[in-house]
Design a protein around this ligand. Sequence first.
Ligand SMILES: NC(=O)c1ccc[n+]([C@@H]2O[C@H](COP(=O)([O-])OP(=O)(O)OC[C@H]3O[C@@H](n4cnc5c(N)ncnc54)[C@H](O)[C@@H]3O)[C@@H](O)[C@H]2O)c1
Length: 304
Amino acid sequence: MESYRLYHNAKVLITGGLGFIGSNLARRLTELGARVTLVDSLIPEYGGNLFNIAGIEDLVRVNISDVRDRYSMHYLVQGQDYLFNLAGQTSHMDSMHDPFTDLDINCQSQLSILETCRKYNPNVKIVFASTRQIYGKPDYLPVDEKHPLRPTDVNGINKMAGEWYHILYNNVYGLKACALRLTNTIGPRMRIKDARQTFLGIWVRLLLEGKPLEVWGGEQLRDFTYVDDCVNAMLLAGSEEKANGRIFNLGGPSIINLKELAALLIEVHGQGEYIVREFPAERQQIDIGDYYSDFTLIRTFLGW
Ligand SMILES: NC(=O)c1ccc[n+]([C@@H]2O[C@H](COP(=O)([O-])OP(=O)(O)OC[C@H]3O[C@@H](n4cnc5c(N)ncnc54)[C@H](O)[C@@H]3O)[C@@H](O)[C@H]2O)c1
């Protein structure tokens, strides 16, 4: 891509850079010749892992700090050309059990990062990793960006606020910020130790361990984005001025229900089995039912 030339020699900060998507983005940026700094708290329950940057560890700077720490962020944002803001508490269930931690990371810290940028680096371009979770249970499918926002869990509310702070700071203070609403993202370095990032992670793990997968319900429709495509969307959104102040859905080419997906995984792996279970009650309450996104806007507007 012509516009990716902008990243050559550019200074880029990735929050959550040791996580799944952040580390894939870091890899791509080092190939493009960017000077990359990763900030990550490496909280053990979360998705960060030094293993994710194996092979590029000498090409990036790593700063183990927490985005809740304003003083670290004051220092880290200075002089950066781009900020890919990906640090987040990603578990929907954790956000229900511990709503205040989710509030601190996904909402308050986002405001604080933006304030820091406003004061110390107003020219930085920011891309925020938002989520389709903020739509809640869809009224219609596919879901486009005009769909009402009605989150079904604490995480969705905090991510929604985090997203809108970015748009607000773009509109009011002229900071250059935009947001991508990611759907289930898959690919190398995806977390498989538990289901905190996606149910698919734990499915892959169970399959590898020769244990049956548990499918809850099973008829729910989902779409998936391959991580390289997600990284491309971030690079495009970062490099295009016309993306500033905008929100874009990401999506994927195929729509599949969870039972079909479990069967497909087993087929690809060559063995395994799945069991269909009733939804656990506390999960059912925050489930969004069927979801797949309309990503026409980013395709037509940015050429994703
Ligand atoms: N993977 C998906 O399917 C998906 C879907 C929708 C939205 N997103 C969003 O994309 C972003 C990246 O997600 P991911 O899938 O790579 O998850 P991930 O958990 O692998 O990455 C998030 C990273 O943020 C770090 N982090 C968490 N709290 C932090 C803090 N307080 N300070 C510093 N670092 C902190 C974690 O250690 C982790 O490395 C998240 O904001 C997430 O909400 C992801």
